[in-house]
Design a protein around this ligand. Structure first.
Ligand SMILES: C[S@@+](CC[C@H](N)C(=O)[O-])C[C@H]1O[C@@H](n2cnc3c(N)ncnc32)[C@H](O)[C@@H]1O
Length: 311
């Protein structure tokens, strides 16, 4: 159902509209660039993005080899981030804090006052990101608990089974709080399967969504921390309008971009590892094909009705 409404949204937007947006931001829309996100965001003008979905490294792997490149300085941040292959998830506490401040500072500059950002995390990193947001004057709208009832059991039996992730929903628009929120969708959208969401009732800050992915989400290659499309489409629909621009600084296997495309939103992605950009490219091309097939199917389904009317 949502595929068809997104297709309509895309049809309503002319090529001229899209070109105009591209000229304003001087970077191709609907594209994932294989570059460091801080460098990527620096290429964008201020106030040009409607939504950011950030799934940053949680800093869980502890065997990495990060480089701190002091050749370029970020005002007040102490250096420039450079990353080596396969080691994007391992930093010291100080490095992670500075890294978080550095990318959040760019986010604050490029996000429109009407926009907002969702940030994924766990207890390993979300406290640091929370503090970094507060230092930068990025206001937290909500803290969402993504409850995964199918979480993998704890094998050691030495602690509780970790079964949630924390998501911060934030905005940069100051006290006026201009950020877009589709309240109607949040109350009356289709959230089948979420046992904590009653139809017609306000959405709560605990989301009951399994971490399972559909076959199509995994068949073109996997990412170790891939997010399910259903979580991402929920975020996109809650906080953007059709034709808006979603940016994802840590695009991984492209899930956020695939979700944006399905919802009829534009996207910009940054990903440091080429192998994940390659997976994303194939996923996006197939999403396009699947959406076209669905459109064709819907048009043929609608045809007999049209014929009757014209009789
Ligand atoms: C948590 S994963 C994102 C997974 C993504 N949400 C998905 O569903 O496929 C984080 C990604 O950020 C990338 N990354 C780490 N540091 C980066 C940086 N400075 N700039 C761009 N990408 C980076 C990593 O290579 C990794 O693929």
């Amino acid at each position: 159902m949502w595929l068809s409404s997104s297709a309509n949204a895309r049809r309503n937007e002319t090529v001229k509209d899209i070109k105009k947006k591209e000229e304003q931001i001087s970077i191709p829309l609907d594209y994932i660039a294989n570059i460091d996100c801080i460098n990527g965001m620096k290429k964008l003008p201020a106030n040009c993005i409607d939504l950011i979905i950030a799934d940053p490294p949680y800093n869980l792997s502890k065997s990495g080899d990060w480089k701190w490149d002091n050749s370029v300085s970020l005002a007040g941040m102490g250096g420039n981030w450079n990353i080596t292959n396969e080691n994007w998830d391992s930093m010291s506490f100080e490095e992670y804090f500075s890294f978080s401040l550095a990318w959040l500072k760019e986010v604050k500059r490029i996000l429109r006052p009407t926009g907002s950002m969702w940030i994924f995390g766990t207890y390993h990193n979300i406290g640091i990101i929370n503090v970094a947001c507060q230092i930068l004057g990025i206001e937290i709208i909500n803290e969402v608990i993504w409850y995964k009832k199918n979480a993998f059991p704890n094998l050691s039996g030495r602690r509780l089974t970790a079964s949630h992730e924390t998501i911060l929903w934030v905005h940069t628009g100051g006290k006026k709080r201009y950020y877009y929120f589709d309240y109607e969708y949040s109350k009356n959208g289709d959230f089948t399967g979420d046992e904590l969401k009653s139809p017609g009732k306000q959405m709560r800050t605990v989301w009951d969504l399994s971490n399972n992915k559909k076959v199509e989400e995994l068949k073109y290659g996997k990412h170790p921390t891939q997010k399910p499309i259903k979580v991402l489409t929920r975020m996109i629909k809650l906080s953007t309008k059709p034709g808006d621009i979603m940016l994802t600084p840590f695009s991984g296997a492209g899930s956020e971009c695939v979700a944006a495309k399905m919802c009829g939103r534009h996207f910009i992605g940054f990903e440091i590892e080429k192998k994940y950009c390659d997976i994303s490219e194939v996923r996006l091309a197939n999403t396009e094909r699947e959406m076209e097939q669905l459109n064709l199917f819907q048009i043929t389904q609608e045809a007999p009705k049209d014929d009757k009317t014209s009789d």
